[in-house]
Design a protein around this ligand. Structure first.
Ligand code: ZN
Length: 185
């Protein structure tokens, strides 16, 4: 990201909004936004390092309540919530921090929730696990602040491998639901 260019563009935007970019409260805003964008869009540069795994025989592993923040690509407003990941290892397991990094890799971008869910499932499944389920629960500020102004949450799913089987999927979903009482799943 060209920081100087972003600053210039944000300054233009502030003028178009009808504000004075030179006033005290706004004069450093373009710089702050340029810095912030490097952080919240860091997913494009990220390497989730899922290849680092530990040898371990294990049944299904579930990582619940991984918090995420993303930016909706239609309005460039945040959507945020929790992601639950279940996978069936194939003799090797991932450290939980690697799963968090995987979520960040795809959430710190311009995104839509459905694609975010799929991106995570696809990358994990590509590591050779037997099956993956990814569930995302999120609220969207573009829906709260504008348009229909509703605080409904959206839940999206992606399943791969053995969990594409209906029965297998329902078993795992029930397990996640049982331990995640506030989830809408
Ligand atoms: Zn939106």
């Amino acid at each position: 990201m060209d920081e100087e260019r972003v600053k210039k563009l944000v300054r233009e935007l502030i003028i178009e909004i009808g504000e004075d970019p030179t006033r005290e409260g706004l004069k450093d805003t373009p710089g702050r936004i340029a810095q912030m964008y490097q952080e919240i869009f860091a997913g494009y540069e990220s390497d989730s390092q899922l290849s680092v795994q530990f040898s371990e025989d294990s049944d299904t592993v579930i990582a619940r309540d991984i918090q995420f923040y993303s930016m909706c690509e239609h309005h460039m407003l945040p959507f945020l919530g929790k992601i639950h990941i279940a996978y069936s290892p194939n003799g090797r397991v991932f450290g939980i921090s690697k799963l968090v990094r995987l979520v960040e890799k795809y959430s710190k971008r311009l995104q839509i929730q459905e694609r975010l869910t799929k991106n995570i499932a696809d990358e994990l499944f590509a590591q050779g696990v037997k099956g993956v389920i990814v569930i995302a629960d999120a609220e969207h500020l573009c829906m709260r602040m504008r348009g229909v102004r509703n605080d409904a949450t959206l839940t999206s799913f992606a399943s791969r491998g053995i969990y594409e089987n209906k029965e297998e999927k329902e078993n795992i979903m029930a397990m996640i639901r049982k331990h995640t009482p506030n989830s809408s799943i």
